[in-house]
Ligand binder design. Structure first.
Ligand code: BTN
Length: 344
């Protein structure tokens, strides 16, 4: 692959005549054609005109290391990138690297075009169709105090939501503890894992739905899942590398703040994307369902629900199935209950 040719074409906004490419890149005429064809085979979208020459229209929608690195302004996240066609789970691959590769640096990113057993929270399966999303894991080597570990998930959620607002112009919200939602549907999930034999190592898994159409999701997810494409005007597809680069950049910035223990600043920025205060939610803990009104929510201190007269705090690791209830559900249930029991 001729990286110089790619770099040269990227700088041009118009067609580049073949003789110019020959001269600037010191290539024979045939070599220019051979190299251009090789790029097209790799997925580069290139227009060729017999008189005007060559024009690069778009980069491949594929996780190619040199494209991900191009203009990637990060310090730690992405300083090593591993790409795969198919893995069981990028989190599993990342742990494999941690266990076997002494050199598996802080910030190593593992990416796959598809996962055969992508995993979600609480042992659930994560649907990861080939080429449809960003299935990524980042190895984090850092010491985080035990009571602040939930900041890893919250920090990632903050980075993702912020990136989606700034770069894709979509109204992303954080749904505590680990979901990114757009207009009430889940677009991205986060799974942070730790292992007892690997102190101060975490694997941060991110699953972002990018180009799925409604029918690409399994039936069971159609009502609740979405993709960036589905949320964009005209459902225009996105090049995943163009989404991945700013994602890694935002993660890198948040990770630097985490390492500096800027808990309050992170919590404040995070809370701007969490719109659950005052909402009525239900959640499960230990097989029991709880319903209440959110009175407080914090990255590491959990969610506080007002349940009747009681204020009850739930930690992120202990709950599942958090969902917002339609307005006034709890009040009307209480009224109904009072009615049945004959309470005034
Ligand atoms: C969830 O919402 O339950 C978390 C989903 C996390 C999915 C991602 S996809 C990349 C990484 N590898 C995995 O096996 N899981 C995470």
């Amino acid at each position: 692959m001729n990286l110089e040719l790619i770099a040269y074409l990227k700088k041009q906004s118009q067609f580049t005549p073949v003789p110019e490419l020959q001269e600037k890149l010191d290539l024979g005429r045939d070599q220019v054609f051979t190299d251009v064809e090789a790029l097209m085979e790799l997925g580069y979208s290139i227009e060729f005109h017999p008189y005007l020459g060559v024009k690069l229209l778009d980069i491949p929608d594929k996780f190619l290391k040199h494209e991900i690195r191009d203009d990637l302004n990060t310090k730690v996240v992405g300083r090593k990138i591993k790409t795969y066609d198919q893995v069981t789970s990028t989190n599993e691959t990342a742990w494999g690297l941690v266990e076997t590769d002494e050199e598996c640096k802080d910030g190593t990113v593992v990416l796959a075009e598809s996962q055969t057993s992508g995993r979600g929270r609480m042992g659930r399966e994560w649907h990861s169709a080939p080429g449809a999303g960003i299935w990524a894991s980042v190895v984090l080597r850092c010491h985080v105090p035990g009571d602040k570990v939930a900041f890893l998930t919250a920090g990632a959620a903050l980075a993702i939501a912020n990136m989606l607002h700034q770069f894709i112009h979509l109204p992303a919200e954080i749904k505590w503890p680990n979901d990114i939602m757009i207009r009430g549907r889940k677009v991205c999930g986060i799974l942070v894992e730790a292992r007892s034999n690997q102190p101060d190592v975490y694997v941060l898994g991110i699953g972002m739905n990018v180009n799925q159409l409604r029918e690409d999701f399994p039936e069971s997810l159609r009502a609740t899942a979405t993709s960036l494409r589905l949320e964009r005007p005209g459902a225009r597809p996105l090049n995943r590398v163009r989404v991945l680069r700013p994602l890694l950049f935002y993660l890198d910035r948040v990770y630097a703040q985490l390492k500096k223990k800027k808990w309050d600043r992170l919590a404040e920025a995070w809370s701007e994307f969490v719109h659950m205060g005052g909402k009525q939610v239900s959640l499960s803990q230990g097989g029991e369902e709880f319903r209440g009104t959110v009175t407080r929510i914090h990255p590491s201190e959990g969610i506080t629900l007002k349940i009747g007269e009681e204020q009850r705090v739930f930690a992120a690791e202990s709950v599942s199935g958090v969902r917002e209830l339609p307005r006034e559900t709890i009040e009307s249930e209480q009224v109904e209950h009072e009615h049945h029991t004959g309470n005034p």
